[in-house]
Design a protein around this ligand. Structure first.
Ligand SMILES: CC(=O)N[C@H]1[C@@H](OP(=O)(O)OP(=O)(O)OC[C@H]2O[C@@H](n3ccc(=O)[nH]c3=O)[C@H](O)[C@@H]2O)O[C@H](CO)[C@@H](O)[C@@H]1O[C@H](C)C(=O)N[C@@H](C)C(=O)N[C@H](CCC(=O)O)C(=O)O
Ligand SMILES: Nc1ncnc2c1ncn2[C@@H]1O[C@H](COP(=O)(O)OP(=O)(O)OP(=O)(O)O)[C@@H](O)[C@H]1O
Length: 583
């Protein structure tokens, strides 16, 4: 069990703000919102109100002078907390008609209030005004969305930009960084008020380009309102988050919200990422921004399907080579129109990381082309990427993403936590064994499912586990408020169903249930031979589990490294020097 060593809500919110803001008169904010087409009604002493110097949408993080944005949530209306916000020093409130009623019944008539029909849309626009981020005020923004690969692609793109001497910022699942200042993240994409605060902070830190992960939640909840991207990238779409979006179509539409001409100047869309071309091709068709398409060729999970299903489609760029180099790959991209080639390498295992690196390279290229022109931009990028795998900007380990923490047996920690992620990571390990002459080795998978999230994933991931792994150890992920044993039972039902079906065809899968997670990891190490690969899936960089609000320390990477070093003894392989080992 652990005390919470992460930042509190208020500490994190503060870390996302610039050191100072000029202060915006409330009446100017009204004018700005109206100019953007928002209907605004003013209540209370709006014209006498002190200038607002910040914005937030949670009463627990209010700072003196803030605009408190009270929005209707799934569990509560933010206006229920308007009194707390007011007492904490909020200068004014932005809310909707229901919120105004709640404020009145709380006796807050004296608080200046702006009332709008859609609070989430207005929140981003208001925050943009307060933090001085006009649509083109900079820094340049790259946004990445898709079910899998956002974090990896954003780390790779930032690493490439840094190699090209650009000062970068990163906003994503693992961390939020402005230049050299970084804080751990709690959301993949922060709230709109925080995003605009961050843009101002990035300007203070003289950041040239920000690389941002954009979750589908961020699009649905309008967290990106008031932002405009220079380049938006799409990795893939496979089943996930159906608890929020209801259907794949709604999930698709949420992601598509990033590729409109209003939201981004350019789009880079992988046509055949994930399980095939279905969603990538549809995304490229739905995009109204100027779009560059990328075909994965030999790096696709199902090579050949794009050409077979869409013979009429000619991608702007294609991966034309992908050859193993160590645990990673060397690859080449070809531009259809000019025949220009861009060579690069990626040190992270798995062909899907060729897809991530190719997307990162193209997004950076699109960022550079307006300044340098295509050929010059390709030359600049190739100068740093055309190196052996394990060197250059794409060599770097991304924490908990196909992170190799041991060899003989291979020990890999990966954030795969949805069906396609699981397939991809297990396929990558089987291929790596083949490429290194260990085809008799087995995949030993340790994983569990998250509580309070899409329960339909559980048996599905169980079936996938038994399809691709030789030994499956079902354990706990983050049970949250659910009974961990019941979650394991749902996962195990899928594992056993598939294992029995496989058995009928002569494929034997060994199935174990083990909890707590540390015991499951120890069991996997005991069961493994040196030829095998152990995959700890689902938690990646995370350092604790949540059991009904109680945090239990566990870092898969630390645990696996410890069990492997006990096995190898003091003279065993030291992987801290491995190019993909944790940094
Ligand atoms: C399920 C979900 O996404 N919920 C989001 C939603 O919450 P909600 O509608 O339930 O809000 P609510 O609890 O009813 O509260 C209403 C309002 O009152 C405020 N409040 C609440 C309590 C209080 O004491 N004071 C106060 O001011 C809340 O901040 C909120 O503004 O609206 C809130 C305000 O925008 C979000 O903060 C909240 O995200 C929560 C924190 C969350 O955990 N979201 C996750 C699931 C998420 O967004 N994840 C994606 C990545 C997913 C992935 O790819 O895996 C992400 O981008 O991180
Ligand atoms: N391009 C890809 N295609 C399929 N699977 C991928 C791809 N890239 C990464 N993965 C798998 O998905 C997992 C998560 O990767 P990553 O963190 O980069 O994605 P993400 O989109 O940021 O996920 P999340 O938003 O849930 O954090 C990886 O650990 C890997 O198993």
């Amino acid at each position: 069990m652990t005390t919470d060593d992460r930042l509190t809500l208020a500490e994190q919110d503060l870390a996302f703000r610039p050191s100072s803001t000029a202060g915006t008169r409330l009446s100017d904010l009204t004018a700005r919102l109206r100019q953007a087409g928002v209907q605004v009604r003013e209540h209370g002493p709006v014209h006498e109100a002190a200038p607002v110097t910040g914005a937030c949408l949670d009463s627990r993080v209010v700072r003196s002078g803030d605009l408190y944005i009270a929005l209707p949530g799934a569990k509560a209306h933010g206006a229920q907390f308007a009194r707390a916000a007011w007492e904490a020093g909020a200068a004014a409130v932005l809310t909707d008609a229901d919120g105004l009623e709640l404020m009145r019944s709380a006796g807050l008539e004296q608080a200046p209030a702006l009332v709008v029909p859609r609070v989430r849309t207005a929140a981003g626009l208001a925050a943009a005004g307060i933090y001085g981020h006009g649509l083109d005020a900079g820094p340049s923004l790259l946004g990445i969305t898709g079910t899998n690969g956002k974090t990896t692609t954003s780390f790779l793109a930032a690493s490439l930009l840094e190699a090209l001497s650009r000062r970068t910022g990163v906003i994503g699942t693992i961390l939020t960084r402005a230049g050299r200042r970084a804080v751990p993240s709690s959301l993949t994409t922060p709230e709109s008020t925080q995003l605009h605060g961050l843009m101002a902070l990035m300007r203070e830190e003289a950041v040239d380009t920000v690389v941002m992960e954009v979750s589908s939640h961020a699009v649905s909840y309008e967290r990106i309102a008031g932002l405009r991207y220079a380049v938006a990238g799409f990795t893939n779409l496979t089943q996930d988050h159906l608890d929020l979006h209801g259907s794949m179509q709604e999930y698709f539409e949420a992601k598509a919200g990033l590729f409109t001409a209003e939201r981004t100047a350019r789009a880079v869309i992988v046509l055949d990422g994930g399980e095939g071309p279905e969603h990538g091709v549809a995304m490229a068709q739905a995009a109204t921004a100027e779009t560059t398409t990328l075909a994965l060729g030999p790096a696709a999970a199902r090579p050949g399907r794009l050409a077979a299903e869409h013979p009429e489609l000619k991608a702007d760029w294609s991966v034309v080579e992908a050859t193993p180099d160590g645990l990673g790959h060397r690859f080449a991209l070809e531009h259809a129109e000019t025949g220009v080639r861009l060579r690069a390498s990626v040190g992270l295992p798995g062909l899907f990381n060729v897809a991530n690196a190719a997307l990162a390279a193209l997004m950076v290229l699109e960022r550079l082309v307006p300044d340098l022109g295509l050929e010059e931009a390709v030359r600049a990028v190739a100068e740093v990427t055309d190196v052996p795998a394990g060197e250059g900007p794409f060599a770097a380990a991304v924490p908990g993403r196909m992170e190799v923490v041991g060899r003989e047996p291979d020990g890999v920690v990966d954030f795969a936590h949805n069906p396609d992620g699981l397939v991809q990571s297990m396929t990558a390990l089987a291929r790596a064994r083949q490429a290194t002459g260990r085809s008799s080795g087995r995949t030993i998978l340790v994983f569990g499912a998250t509580g309070d999230r899409d329960a339909t994933k559980r048996p599905l991931m169980g079936r996938i586990a038994a399809q691709h792994a030789d030994v499956v150890v079902v354990t706990d992920d983050d049970p949250h408020s659910e009974d961990p044993a019941a979650i394991r039972a749902e996962v195990l039902a899928g594992v056993r169903e598939q294992a029995e079906a496989g058995c009928a065809r002569g494929r034997h899968v060994e199935v174990h249930e083990s909890a707590p997670r540390a015991d499951a990891i120890a069991l996997a190490v005991r069961l493994a031979s040196d030829e095998d690969s152990i995959l700890l899936a689902g938690r990646g960089h995370e350092t604790y589990q949540d059991f009904a609000g109680v945090r239990v320390d566990i870092d898969d990477r630390v645990e696996l490294r410890a069990r492997l070093s006990e096995r190898h003894g003091p003279d065993g392989a030291d992987l801290t020097e491995h190019p993909n080992a944790a940094r």
